[in-house]
Design a protein around this ligand. Structure first.
Ligand SMILES: [Fe+2]
Ligand SMILES: [Fe+2]
Length: 224
């Protein structure tokens, strides 16, 4: 396993957004032939206020619940340390899902489907963090070749996900494909953990390191 460097406390930037909206309810027209009512078919009824309030309240609760879920999920990972340690932990988690997939047999369709969904989400979040933060930072530090190679390998990961999706969990060669997939991911993770990331980390200032850590955490938060 990779030799991890000492952790520093991570900073995580958080932002809050506020929005407001207003609705003009005074748009009824006198030109309508149905003068008996000065309300259009789309105007809000007398008793609509509480319904609208409940709908807005429901949306707010849903948003808060999702925000809380993300905070919980990412909060645990944010405690894991610097950007390279966060990413190495995610490699371990993905490989552990692969191992569970490889321990299934053809009769466990549901379990296979659930694990495949979990793996897809884990790899998607992980790739997003690397492709949106770490690889661009690598390119900025004149390591374009390495960044391009790693991103190309992410393309292979997506191809494996596509092929597994197409073949279905009951395919006779499903395990074989998962095994091949795991070994590709393990090799890619090894390259990152043992070669690219340590070298890159060594070359950066503490401030830069903290900035990349905060950006990886923020990206992971929105992808969680
Ligand atoms: Fe990667
Ligand atoms: Fe990675």
């Amino acid at each position: 396993m990779a030799t991890r460097t000492q952790s520093r406390p991570s900073n995580r930037a958080s932002s809050s957004k506020s929005s407001s909206s207003s609705r003009d309810r005074s748009g009824s027209s006198d030109r309508s032939s149905s003068r008996s009512s000065n309300r259009s078919a789309f105007s809000w009824g007398e008793g609509a206020g509480p319904v609208i309030a409940a709908a807005i309240g429901g949306a707010a609760i849903g948003f808060a619940a999702n925000y809380g879920r993300k905070f919980l999920m990412q909060g645990m990972e944010a405690a894991a340390g610097d950007w390279d340690e966060i990413l190495a932990n995610e490699h371990d988690m993905a490989l552990a899902i692969f191992d569970k997939m490889l321990a299934t047999d053809q009769t466990q369709s549901f379990k296979r489907k659930m694990l495949f969904m979990k793996l897809t989400h884990a790899l998607d979040k992980h790739a997003h963090e690397e492709e949106m933060v770490v690889y661009p930072a690598l390119r900025q530090a004149n390591n374009e070749t390495e960044a391009d190679q790693l991103e190309l390998e992410h393309g292979q990961v997506k191809t494996f996900l596509y092929e597994l999706e197409q073949m279905g969990v009951e395919a006779p060669n499903w395990l074989e494909k998962v095994r091949e997939f795991r070994s590709t991911v393990a090799e890619h993770a090894h390259m990152e953990e043992e070669e690219v990331f340590p070298r890159f980390k060594q070359s950066m200032s503490e401030e830069q390191n903290d900035k990349i850590t905060a950006m990886v955490n923020r990206d992971g938060f929105w992808m969680a």
